[in-house]
Design a protein around this ligand. Structure first.
Ligand code: SF4
Length: 314
């Protein structure tokens, strides 16, 4: 990557090359982490790439004192909660998650009042303040297992109604109360998109994320987390065709990690604008100490950590 490079998806211009940024990260004792939905140049720069749960685990075990978290705010917050002694920086401080922002701590307290016998289960895509009000967190890959493991027969699931509905169907013995949040990116796809793509790509396997609407999940050949989708495509026989029902970053990554496969996006516009906010220049600024670190109130951090640790123990 040369100087003054324009990256995929963003007008990213930096005075430093990728190698210079890596060297700067090493001098600062910093690890650059990138989510699979980040632009290709950020993923190529990063020392660790993963989904939100993998990144949180890598953050916790990293020897570096500083974490440059290329993702959205709730992810950087999770890293700070799990490693409070580290400096965690979100290079694009305005990169939020609209789904995480759909629910507040007050909403959770109200749900508890309405359903006093229910356990509160929060998808990891929530703010620290919301995690602090919950009993346990989950990821898309662990949600069913975690719901089954709870002693309570009633579960408040938040904030994603689609993931919550997916879990409820697979854990039929329990009563679920679903918050009505959704990911604006995944929620866009409908059955008409699946029918159109089935017609255009009859030989392709459709793999979707459970944040998609139930009608899409029902019509898919496989449903799972971002990492699961990547693994399925990467380990399939060479020459396989896939239609991917999640953010475009996954298709871009598969072009690098599984170039022998042919992958299409379920629908145009499967792009998370917040995930595309981080530029190489933002990372450079973060490494130079020009971006404020993530700070959280101690009581919020402690309560949110309890929810994350319970999830990890299941
Ligand atoms: S893809 Fe959806 S859930 Fe993920 S960060 Fe973007 S808006 Fe949030």
């Amino acid at each position: 990557m040369t100087s003054a490079t324009v990256s995929a998806g963003t007008a990213t211009v930096t005075s430093m090359t990728t190698n210079e940024l890596r060297a700067l990260a090493e001098r600062r004792d910093a690890l650059i982490l990138a989510h699979y939905y980040q632009t290709t140049d950020i993923q190529q720069l990063a020392g660790a790439v993963g989904d939100s749960f993998e990144l949180a685990k890598m953050a916790a075990s990293a020897p570096q004192k500083t974490l440059i978290f290329c993702g959205v705010r709730f992810m950087a917050e999770s890293a700070k909660i799990l490693c409070p002694e580290k400096t965690v920086i979100l290079p694009a401080p305005d990169a939020g998650c609209p789904m995480a922002d759909m629910i507040t701590p007050e909403d959770v307290r109200k749900l508890r009042e309405d359903h006093p016998n229910a356990a509160v289960m929060a998808y990891i895509n929530t703010s620290a303040a919301v995690k602090a009000e919950c009993d346990i967190c989950c990821t898309s890959s662990s949600a069913v297992r975690i719901a089954e493991s709870l002693a309570e027969n009633e579960i408040i699931f938040l904030p994603d109604q689609n993931l919550g509905g997916y879990v409820a169907e697979r854990v039929p013995g329990k009563t679920f109360y679903l918050f009505d949040g959704y990911c604006p990116v995944h929620h866009r796809a409908g059955a008409e998109d699946v029918l159109a793509v089935r017609k255009a790509r009859p030989g392709a396997r459709l793999l979707v994320h459970p944040e998609c609407r139930p009608e899409v999940v029902k019509l898919a050949d496989g449903v799972g987390s971002t990492s699961w989708i990547l693994r399925e495509a990467e380990t399939a026989p060479p020459g396989s065709e896939f239609v991917i029902g999640t953010e475009v970053g996954v298709v871009e990554r598969l072009q690098i990690t599984a170039p022998e496969q042919t992958c299409f996006l379920l629908r145009a516009g499967f792009v998370c604008p917040n995930m595309k906010k981080t530029s190489l220049q933002d990372v450079e600024k973060a490494l130079r100490g020009e971006v404020p670190e993530i700070t959280l109130a101690q009581d919020v951090m402690d309560a949110a950590r309890a929810s994350l640790v319970r999830m990890m123990a299941v």
